[in-house]
Structures are given as C-alpha cells and as structure tokens.
Design a protein around this ligand. Sequence first.
Ligand SMILES: C[S@@+](CC[C@H](N)C(=O)[O-])C[C@H]1O[C@@H](n2cnc3c(N)ncnc32)[C@H](O)[C@@H]1O
Ligand SMILES: [Zn+2]
Length: 351
Amino acid sequence: MKYQTINNKIAEVMFRQKISKQQLSSTTALPNERTYKESAKELRNRVKRTINDFQDLEKRGIKFNYYFEIGSEYCERPMALEKKFKIKGLASDISLSSLLAASDFAKKLKFETVPKRIVCDAYCLPFRNNSLPFIFCYQTLHHFPDPKPIINEIYRVLAPGGYFFFDEEPVKQILNIPLWRRPTCLRPWEKILKYIGILPFISRIGKTEVDHGILEEVFTLKTWQKALQVFEKAEVTIKPFPFGPQSTVSKSDNVNWLKPKLSTYLLVTCWGGGIRALCQKKGYRIKSNIVNPLEKYTCPVCQTNKKNENIPYLNKSIDNKNYLCSLCKTRFPIISGIPIILPIKEMKIYG
Ligand SMILES: C[S@@+](CC[C@H](N)C(=O)[O-])C[C@H]1O[C@@H](n2cnc3c(N)ncnc32)[C@H](O)[C@@H]1O
Ligand SMILES: [Zn+2]
C-alpha cells in the first residue's frame, strides 16, 4: 500500500492556507484558481448535491445522526446537513485554515451554525475501534496515492452495522495522454481545446495542486475494488463523465465483483468517470451505545501503538487550551476552538 508522505501533507496545509485566503479576500495569489465569487457558487452547488444524496440515504432508511466527515475543507456539506436534517456531528480536515475559513463561508452562505470541527489525519483517526455510526467524504480519497489504507482506517473506527458513504471521486480514463495538467479555471488556449473536444484526452486536472506538492490521483476500478474489499457490504455506482448510463454493482463473493455494465465500462474507459459507494460494516449496533461518540477523542500516538485495545479518552486541560493523553502525556492544542489531534510527526506541521 502507498501512503501520502509528510511533504504531501505539508503541501495540503500550505496550499489550503493560500487558497482560503484568496477565496475570502480579493487577493489573487493563485491566478487560475477560484475567487470568492466562483468558490461560493461551487459551494452552493455542492450543498445542493449533498442534500439530494442524503435525502436518498434517508429514503433508504439509513441513519446518519452523529456523522463524521473526512476532508471537510470549508464544511459547507456538514453545514447543510445540520440545517436540513437537524443532525449533529464532526467535520475534519488536516488543514486548520480551511476549517477556520468555514466560519466566514457559513456567514456568506447564510448558514447560522458552523459544525464542530477537528484537525486530524485521515490515516490515524483519533477514535476508538468500532465507535462511529456514520462516516462520509466527498472529493477527498483521490488526494491519497492509494485509497485502501484510508478505507481500512474508516472501517476500524466504524461501529458494527455502521455506514461509510463517499461520492465525487474519479475513475481512471484509459484514453488519455497526459501531456500537462490544467488548472481549475482554464487558460484561454485550454478553453479553445475544450471547445473542439480534445482537452480531456490530452491533459489532466489539478495543475495548481500538483505544482504545490499535493497528490491528485485517479484510480482504476481494480484499485477501488481492492480498497473496498475490507467491507462486508458495498453498493457502488459508476458514472461516466460528462454523461452516459450509470451502473450500480453490489459487492459479492466473486473476486472480480466491481464490474459495471458494458456501456458504462466503455464510456468510463474513454472519458473517465466518477464513483460513489455506500458501504456497511458487519454487525449490529447496540442502541445504548449511541451516545455521541464524537465527543470522545483518543490519542493517535497511543492508538497506533495499541491497535486492538480501548485506550483512555483524551482529557481537556483545566484552561481548555489542550487535550491531554494520560498514557503518553502528549498535549494536543485547541486553536480557536478546534482541537489539533495529529500523530507526533504531523504535529510539527503546526509547530
Ligand atoms: C478537495 S478537498 C475536499 C473538499 C470537500 N470535501 C468537498 O468536496 O466539498 C480535499 C480535502 O482533503 C484534505 N486532506 C488531504 N490529506 C488529508 C489527510 N491526510 N488527512 C485529512 N485530510 C486531508 C485536504 O486538506 C482538503 O481539504
Ligand atoms: Zn498518547
């Protein structure tokens, strides 16, 4: 399995600091990236799509109170969920600046409340095994060289019977000669190439991110299948991009279960596409255990050393400025109300 390096993580934090500043002011540090107006429009669209997704989940009887989101960035999706579905949960990201910017975006998008937030590393979630009922993420898994270790970590912290939902992740387009990476806002000559229909076949997205050291991956169906193998149940939808027939497949005992129908497969191979999945961990949730497990964090340092044990929860210091681990004595700072609960090496990103 491949992992993000510490430099990739530092790059995420530095890049998000720059871009959140640009998107909250009228500065243009990153000329081909969204301005405030463009990003607000994008966030509104994301909100609409998220509400649709969760209405579908609700119709299917899936309970998502006490959600936990990974890679929340500006937290527009959990803000919308808390308002629309009256639920509670926790938004997380490795970037403190993005989570802090959520308060400004909340005002601009007219959300009254900002979700509870935490800085943590998706590789090392600060929770006990088998503790969270519902985890989701959007547009985040492709920031890792392999989604498998992240999905394994999500499986570890999910409660028996708990769900993991993700959407808006890419499936690799085979018919692509990646001559260069294009930025989010196309340059004039890229617009011409788009107009004549060849841009997606000769370039890839993510120029600014990759220039900063961030990973922007696309995975084959085989890689997705391998990553989802840990779940006992998974329902996966593959959608060709920009359009075409989608195909939904459920995990079975067959080793090669992630096989969309031929038309979807051919279009995804040509154009690329998107993947979404709803996964469930086996077992039944005991009702009395559902007490907002998100209030209780564990130490990521001790969690890694004592994989199978229920380690003690972190305690807040009397002055409310830190969380403390009673085992290894690590202090995790709380900055502007947001706890930074990272493994030792990653802690250095924040000094
Ligand atoms: C493209 S953004 C996702 C935006 C948002 N979820 C959406 O689609 O509305 C990906 C997020 O993943 C976060 N991220 C990257 N590596 C991470 C890691 N190791 N642990 C936690 N978050 C990480 C980034 O900081 C970034 O905010
Ligand atoms: Zn510890």
